[in-house]
Design a protein around this ligand. Sequence first.
Ligand code: CS2
Ligand code: MG
Length: 402
Amino acid sequence: MKIADARVIVTCPGRNFVTLKLVTDDGVTGVGDATLVGREIAVASYLTEHVVPLLIGREADRIEDTWQYLYRGAYWRRGPVTMSAIAAVDTALWDIKGKVAGLPVYQLLGGRSRDGVTVYGHANAPTVDGLLAEMAHHLDLGYRAIRVQCGVPGLADTYGVTQDGAAHEPTGAAVPAETVWSSERYLTHVPSVFAQVRSEFGPEVKLLHDVHHRLTPIEAARLGKALEPYALTWLEDPVPAELQEGFRLIRQHTTTPLAVGEVFNTVWDCQQLITEQLIDYVRATVVHAGGITHLRRIFDLAHLYHVRSGSHGTTTLSPVCLAAALHLDVSIPNFGLQEYLPHTEATDAVFPHSYRFADGCLHPSEEPGLGVDIDEELAARHPYRPASLPVNRLEDCTLHNW
Ligand code: CS2
Ligand code: MG
């Protein structure tokens, strides 16, 4: 069974998505997400110009060989563009293999290790009162784990916070919006937010917080320590992770669990973090970490060091990525949590899928393959619109991490 056709589909049903659709000479299809928000066209052209010509005529069942062929064969390895392109091919080939086998992909990955995939949602608001209302709303929806983000007095914008509590996924204009940040104001305010959330909702609900790469290791150590009384499930991306050893300083000062990795592309980005047990959750996900094949490798290494999965799952990743992630989430031994922000109706219409949310869990599809597809006709009605993530500056205009 050979790959006979490969189509790169760019669509924007509310936000931009890049999808690869493979078709075999037997007419079996497979889909893979290749969305890299703010750099979508770079991946689309990498696929169209450099990968698709190599796929036509290849054996569709040789997933590992194709992965190695695209990774080693590129000579220029790693990086978000290359690994998102490889991820799309890998994911589509697993979809095909599941359909040919007549099994949902999680059965090919070793079957179920749990009944459902516990997810976390986002509660956010400019004020603590608004946040408490959003928390109550998410508990009513059935979430047992909730990420908490709140406005900071003195800052007009804060990562993860919208005026109406909607999900904070700010890809606006083609030219990035600019926000202003102060770590001092933030560090002063955040512990009091968690004090109020815990006193309002008690010890049961799992609480998470995303620092979004904005602190230095010693500032992160201070925050982690100040949050210890509130028993967070994780503190996410406390510092940029290029300097993996930077986490040693955080570990020296706090027992607050750490989660990192949504921007990781290969196991090399987190090898030291995992083998030195400097983190507790790795947040890499299918589309940016080389697909199901490579993400499983990352989780297998993590498992040896008591590190659990906590895959990225915002609406900047398509339903194809989420569907694929759920097959890994339900089968790996070291599952922790899966991020889940519902996509819009327009997006769900373009990407019909059969995973479902119930009682705080997502349940992967039982259909053969991944259980998701793309409606190409509908996708074509939503042309691409350039959109960038914001840029962040300190109060003295110094360029900082968004
Ligand atoms: C965030 C993301 O959900 C998260 O953990 O870090 O929303 C991130 O900001 C966006 O996906 C960037 O595209
Ligand atoms: Mg994050």
